[in-house]
Every structure is written in structure tokens, then in C-alpha cells.
Design a protein around this ligand. Structure first.
Ligand code: ATP
Length: 305
């Protein structure tokens, strides 16, 4: 399978205002590289604040990277015109707020086709509804008349309405209950068979177990481990991946009891491993630098290897 989308050494630093004249810089994403193949579900897993959404936003061209680039089939995405929005689409966490409440489902799904001047729209809307298993009778309803799962199917139908090559799905099941969650996740696996890849962004490492082909684990804006689902979930190498798998659901970073030595926090964040403070296998070198290794085809950023 050839590479569809390449994220190359991507960094995003936000400038945060600290009063009238002062500001600070926050590195949300730090030199992240990965690629998504054709016909693949690639999961980006990390806790709240780890930088997942920022990466998704850059891929969707909603944010400019500070450094690095993103390429679709070898072309820089910022040099591509409107055709990029046909090839890469998005599904977000809360369908109710992302769907126009005044439009009927039919119009919501049709809208991107109108924008891109597609013909034969009625038939295509029905074809897309079928693809996402949305009952035809729901096409004449409005979003508030649907269940959470049905609404997310509408959002996915809209995302596939132009037959994209990639869907960026940011926490697409976070607002759904367990049974519906499973059905929606399965849908992404089915779309893969139709040639549509998915970047699945999630905080729940277990959610990707069913459908992801490969996954990348991100912490504090840095890639910790990346490999096939089997490699990363069955034989995790990075202490952070192990920690994530052992602590489901993971405590919010603010709830963890970690004693930080304030004077050295910045130093470690600048040069060393961001997981240093929680890692039970840390060595002195982790304060200063991180070794990047490829072990049996999987990427690990850790001084243990
Ligand atoms: N526009 C912004 N300005 C300043 N800081 C930001 C901005 N957007 C995100 N951040 C910060 O960048 C970091 C990464 O945020 P991001 O939303 O990408 O993380 P996430 O892993 O998707 O988390 P969540 O699941 O909570 O959204 C966080 O510390 C966040 O506070």
C-alpha cells in the first residue's frame, strides 16, 4: 500500500498572551512525523492536551504549522486549491453542533456536492446514505429529530459525500454510548474497503483495538511509539504506552499526583522526555535527550532501547 498522506516533522507552537505586552510560547506539537497509507485506519492516540486535535487541524488546513509540512500524494497541501477539501474531509466529536439545525438531513449531505457543483445529486445523496447505513426515511428529518448515533452517521455521510481519500475523525464516538460507538467505529473500517482512509483521533487507546491498522501514541506533543496495532497494543515498548494501557481510563493530567521540581521542568521539556516525571523506568539521560529507534519496524522514542 502506498503512502497517501505524509506528516513531516510537524511542529506547532502557540503564542499565548500573558497580559498587555507579554506573551509565552506553548509547543503543542513537536517534530511529529507519520504517514497514512491508502485503505488504512490510522489512529492517533493521546490524552487530553497531547496535541492530537492540533495535528488534525493542520491536516485539515485549519491551522498553519510553525514548522514542517504535510503532503497528500507527494503534494504540499498548502499548495493545493479547493480540490484538497474534496480529498480530505472531517468528522468531529459532537454532531449536533457540527450539523446545521435548520437543514434537512438530505440538504446537509448534499451541501458539499452543491459547493463543488456535482451533478446527479439526488442519487448520490441516497448512495452515500446507504454507504453509512442511514435509513432513507431519515433524509427528510432535521438533526434534532435523530438519535446521537444517527446524527453521527449524517456527519459521516456528509464527510464522504464527495468520495474523499481521507477522513480526519476527531473523537467521533466520544459523545455516544458503548453499542453505538462500536457501530460507528465499524463504519470507518467498512469505508476503508471502499478506498477511504481514516485518521482516527482518540484519547481511548482501547477504542482503536477493533479497527485501527496502525497507531501512533502521542504525549505532550511528541510521538512516543508508532507501529501496527498488534505491535503497539500486544507488545508495547514505550513506558508511556504501557502506562496508557494499564490506566484505562487515564486520569486527567491535572489529577495526577506528581511532584515536579519546578526549576528543571522547562529544561526537561526543552530537551528531554516529557514523560520523565511519570516514568518508572526513567534514566538520567531522559532529562537531556531521547533516543529514537526502529524496533522490528515500529518506531519508539525512548532511551531504554
Ligand atoms: N489556539 C490555541 N492557543 C493556545 N494554545 C492552544 C490552542 N489550541 C490548543 N492549545 C494548547 O495546545 C495543547 C494541545 O491541544 P490539542 O487540542 O491539540 O490537544 P488534544 O490532545 O486534542 O486535547 P483535547 O482532546 O483535550 O482536545 C493544549 O495544551 C492546548 O491547551
Amino acid at each position: 500500500m502506498s503512502s497517501l498522506l505524509e506528516v513531516i516533522s510537524l511542529s506547532k507552537v502557540y503564542k499565548i498572551s500573558r497580559g498587555l505586552l507579554t506573551h509565552a510560547y506553548h509547543p503543542a506539537v513537536r517534530k511529529v512525523s507519520f504517514s497514512i497509507k491508502e485503505k488504512e485506519v490510522f489512529a492517533l492516540v493521546g490524552e487530553s492536551g497531547s496535541g492530537k486535535t492540533t495535528i488534525g487541524k493542520v491536516i485539515l488546513r485549519l491551522e498553519r504549522p510553525t514548522e514542517g509540512s504535510v503532503k497528500l500524494r507527494g503534494k504540499d497541501i498548502w499548495n493545493m486549491g479547493k480540490e484538497y477539501t474534496k480529498k480530505v474531509s472531517a468528522v468531529f466529536q459532537d454532531p449536533l453542533s457540527s450539523l446545521n439545525p435548520y437543514m434537512k438531513v438530505r440538504q446537509i449531505i448534499e451541501e458539499p456536492m452543491v459547493i463543488h457543483k456535482l451533478k446527479d445529486r439526488k442519487r448520490r445523496v441516497e448512495e452515500v446514505a446507504q454507504m453509512v447505513k442511514l435509513p432513507m426515511e431519515l433524509l427528510n428529518r432535521k438533526p434534532h429529530e435523530l438519535s446521537g448515533g444517527q446524527r453521527q452517521r449524517v456527519a459521516i455521510a456528509r464527510a464522504v459525500s464527495l468520495f474523499p481519500e481521507l477522513i480526519v475523525a476527531d473523537e467521533p464516538t466520544a459523545s455516544l454510548d458503548a453499542t453505538v460507538r462500536k457501530e460507528i467505529l465499524d463504519l470507518f473500517a467498512e469505508l476503508k474497503e471502499r478506498g477511504i482512509s481514516t485518521l482516527l483521533i482518540t484519547h481511548d487507546i482501547r477504542a482503536v483495538e477493533r479497527i485501527a491498522d496502525r497507531l501512533a501514541v502521542i504525549y505532550s506533543g511528541m510521538l512516543m511509539e508508532m507501529g501496527t496495532k498488534e505491535q503497539v497494543l500486544k507488545d508495547p515498548k514505550h513506558p508511556y504506552t504501557k502506562y496508557l494501557l494499564e490506566n484505562v481510563p487515564v486520569k486527567h493530567p491535572k489529577e495526577r499526583k506528581v511532584r515536579l521540581q519546578e526549576e528543571s521542568v522547562q529544561e526537561v521539556l526543552d530537551k528531554g522526555c516529557p514523560f520523565y516525571w511519570l516514568c518508572n523506568q526513567r534514566v538520567e539521560a531522559c532529562k537531556q535527550s531521547i533516543k529514537e529507534e526502529v524496533l522490528d519496524g515500529r518506531f519508539v522514542a525512548c532511551n531504554l532501547y
